[in-house]
Design a binder for this molecule. Structure first.
Ligand code: FES
Ligand code: FE2
Length: 337
């Protein structure tokens, strides 16, 4: 494995694995996340559950042919059943269930039409929850529109996009981006930027409020003449790739056509910006010590805040691996004078 970043790969936090309606009642399917093979299933009572994929009996993948029965998923190989806590609940051809017949269960939080899974490299239970996003299910807001992307990047690299005020002008072509107010509050990084938005009816002035709940979930709320919300989710699926899911909604105004027009322009604008970022992210390197100038956004504040999402031992290990890899590459060796 190559260590592309001087920071660890899989942060602590909540990460979206699908939208609620992508996991039907009694459905079981494979899931790749955090460099692991998992299975997600929805029980008969409607609970979304996530377990490690491989059956502890003889290693079958529960997401390939597993069947949901009641509150458990049944292995396709010899019919052992596991509930949402990972406990073996039925073993049809034995008198006694072996004590070790258990799989790691993942914490799932489903709300606002999103299925979120908690990841922590040290296996701590959830340290916080994300708030619900009532706009995504409200009659006063448009039916949410979704987009997904998959490319080579890192949660923190992408998170820093929010504080990178200079790139909004030079990469995304915005006329100007006034200085933002930013603060890290526990697991929430909050930022407010007076800005404008292309609404489909010209540009409207307003305030963009961005809240990042760890590195997984970020909301962009624009409030002005129009109201829009983009809930962005980034999950590291393996050592190279991330998956991005955006859920967009627009506050209804002036009839369905107007709302639809604003919504379309909004989705197109945010998607355009992301697609401009992707080739930069896929090809850049992440510098441990960039040369920041006084016009750059509050990166230092953001990076300090972000440290909490990786335990110290994990950060140390990643940094050492990254440094030794760089030392082996001539282009990164200090030049001799
Ligand atoms: S491998 Fe799953 S029950 Fe045997
Ligand atoms: Fe960007």
């Amino acid at each position: 494995m190559t260590q592309r970043f001087p920071i660890p790969r899989y942060p602590t936090g909540w990460f979206q694995v699908c939208w609620s309606d992508e996991l039907k009642v009694k459905e079981a399917k494979p899931l790749q996340a955090f460099g692991r093979d998992l299975v997600m299933f929805r029980t008969e009572s409607g609970e979304a559950r996530v377990l490690d994929a491989y059956c502890p009996h003889m290693g079958a993948h529960l997401g390939h042919g597993g069947v949901v029965e009641g509150e458990s998923v049944k292995c396709p190989f010899h019919a052992w059943q596991f509930d949402g806590t990972g406990k073996c609940t039925d073993l049809p051809y034995a008198n006694k269930i072996p004590a070790k017949a258990e799989i790691k269960a993942w914490h799932v939080h489903e709300h606002s039409g999103l299925v979120l899974v908690w990841h922590d490299i040290d296996d701590r239970p959830p340290l916080w929850h994300t708030p619900e996003f009532p706009e995504l299910t409200s009659d006063d807001w448009s039916e949410p529109v979704r987009r997904t992307w998959r490319f080579r990047s890192h949660n923190q690299e992408m998170g820093e996009n929010v504080v990178d005020i200079a790139h909004f002008k030079y990469l995304h072509g915005m006329l100007q981006v006034p200085p933002a107010v930013a603060e890290g509050r526990e697991h929430i990084f909050h930022m407010e930027t007076p800005t404008y938005m292309k609404s489909g009816h010209g540009d409207t002035e307003g305030t963009l409020v961005t809240n990042s709940y760890g590195f997984g979930v970020t909301t962009n709320h624009f409030e002005g003449f129009v109201g829009t919300l983009c809930v962005g989710n980034v999950i590291a699926v393996d050592d190279d790739f991330v998956e991005v899911r955006f859920t967009f909604a627009v506050k209804k105004m002036g009839g369905a056509d107007v709302t639809r027009g604003i919504g379309k322009a909004f989705v197109a604008e945010i998607s355009r910006q992301l697609e401009q970022d992707i080739p930069v992210w896929e090809n850049k390197i992440y510098l441990e010590k960039p040369i920041f100038c006084d016009g750059d956004g509050p990166f230092t504040k953001y990076r300090r805040w972000g440290k909490q999402f990786f335990p110290d031992w994990y950060r140390k290990r990643a940094l050492e691996a990254w440094r030794s890899e760089r030392e082996a590459r001539p282009e990164f060796r200090p030049t001799e004078k």
